[in-house]
Design a binder for this molecule. Sequence first.
Ligand code: GAP
Length: 478
Amino acid sequence: MSEPNSHTGDIVTMDKIVALCKRRGFIFPSSEIYGGVGSTYDFGHYGVLLKNNVKAEWWRAMLQERDDIVALDSAILQHPKVWEASGHLAGFTDPLVDCRTCGQRFRADHLADLQCGRKPSKHPGEADECDLTDARDFNLMFETTIGPVKESGATAYLRPETAQGIFINFKNVLQFSRKKPPFGIAHVGKSFRNEITPGNFIFRTREFEQMEMEFFVPPGEAQRWFEHWLAERERWYTELGIRPDHLRLRAHDPEELSHYSSGTSDVEYLFPIGWSELEGIANRGDFDLTQHAQHSGEKLEYFDQGSGERYVPHVIEPAAGADRATLAFLVDAYDEELVEGAGASAGDRSAAPPAEPVVGQRTVLRLHPRLAPVKAAVLPLVGKDGQPELAREVHHALRGRVQAEYDAGGSIGKRYRRQDEIGTPLCLTIDHQSIEDRTLTLRDRDSLAQERLPIEGIAEEIERRVHAPWRTPKLSSV
Ligand code: GAP
């Protein structure tokens, strides 16, 4: 097995994740046949299924498991005044320097982490030949034009965060939902930022999906709800399998705080590049509703008919990235191990052909079963003697309940390895005995244990196992 990563002590590196994602159809560089566009990616079949599961778990935690949050899906193109009111037009900037020698652009506040364009062992500005300009502010919003003619159309922006779509709908939601603070509005959707230095695969890209929730509270309750959401969001990641020792909360220093925030903590994950932000949880006070009220002329406040009190709610915002969370789940799940072959792994093998047939190293994604793109794969041991037909029957029964796959191509060992690499928690193998007594072999991805089970009721059994409490086996190996 390869050397552990110096940041994390794990065998996972970003290069291995990138290679697995390409090899197994999770994520591809975008526009590859034209040479690619910097830092944009396309999600393939398993990537779509995985990211959808991440978003579904987020919606489940926000909507299904609570009754104080409602959903919203706002437009990407919003009135240009939205960005004036939010402060993005004036202040959503990064300091940028150009190098006149190599022609590259760098974030002035990240020079110590970046490589010189000519001498990668040095930072920009360190080599004798470097010739950096003074820093100037660069707005990160993508500009476009509404209307057919660029010259006479109105300038608009692709939203750089989903949060503002929530604030501008505060009044609509309050009227229809009959909610009163404390209550939240949750949103999942694409955001766009013209990042100067995107990178590290899907960690920082120019087009990405956010999962944001604005929680509106009486001003006096803001601190309590801030703490509530810190704990809730940390719990969400660990319940979905992230190792607690690879997750931490880090409070922002006062000079790091965004213009709207009176307190922010990041949920950080120990990526192969070191500890980095996974999600930000901010106390935004009444900044946004007050700004939009001033710029639009609409009253954005809550009137409590019981007490006669009128106030502008304060806002607690857990803001996560769907792509970044997907990357963290992939990284945390990635494992390599030596398989010692038939009979060597756990489980009762007495009645369990076919035993693990391959000796050697396997790569496995130990994803939480609820996140795994495919929950169960049905594999006929051979392509004859009625096995494919029975396997198809089992696959058909599963499909109504869970995402399942029928796989008949290649040796059984290769098929197990393939399912391991996409993180399929359960493989169902149909063999000669299955034809005789309508049983199958259930193989567990993590322990490699095999059990003989009746085909009758197998779909219900698989669904039960996918939703059973789960703990990553990587915890016991660290
Ligand atoms: N509304 C607050 C807000 O947008 P943020 O910290 O800028 O806060 C929230 O973004 C989350 O969105 C981040 O924690 C990260 O997960 C994700 N995110 C931000 N910029 C990103 C980018 N360029 N690429 C991928 N994900 C990004």
